[in-house]
Design a protein around this ligand. Structure first.
Ligand code: SF4
Length: 150
């Protein structure tokens, strides 16, 4: 049997739209499954990336967990591909770069429209002041430009 190409995928600061677009191949995913094997991915629920031929990164980098995942992918994937605008230059999430972080967090979790009796008292990760694309963090082998949803 031919060796399958091993692929890992992850979504950092993104909307999962790139992954959803990938799933738009519908039943052709069965043909794809004959050629590739998925490592860490929302498709498999595997939590840590192991040795892979290709790593697909959706989304920008906005917190300590994103940095950790990105480093794990860089270490384990022979070819790393930035998929979509958010992975390349921060995309839509990077719009918050023009607003102070505290103001963003207040608006989203404490006092924004529709929020009542906010209970959040701590954050379990470090949130960065800016959302970054891949050029700010590590070199990828390829970039797939475009945002499927905008
Ligand atoms: S590039 Fe577009 S579809 Fe992909 S994660 Fe960003 S906003 Fe979503």
């Amino acid at each position: 049997m031919k060796n399958k190409i091993r692929i890992a995928t992850t979504s950092l600061a993104g909307c999962f739209g790139c992954h959803m677009s990938f799933l738009d191949i519908d039943e052709r995913i069965l043909q794809l499954a004959e050629l590739v094997e998925f490592d860490r991915s929302p498709l498999t629920d595997i939590e840590h990336c192991t040795n892979c031929d290709i790593g697909l990164i959706e989304g920008g980098v906005c917190n300590s967990e994103n940095v950790h995942v990105l480093r794990e992918f860089r270490k384990n994937c022979r070819i790393l591909v930035a998929v979509g605008a958010c992975a390349i230059n921060g995309g839509l999430p990077a719009m918050r770069n023009f607003i102070p972080l505290e103001e963003c967090l207040n608006e989203s979790y404490i006092s924004g429209i529709g929020i009542e009796n906010a209970q959040i008292s701590f954050l379990c990760m470090t949130i960065s002041h800016f959302v970054l694309g891949k050029q700010n963090d590590l070199e990828t082998s390829f970039s797939i430009v475009l945002c499927p949803y905008t």
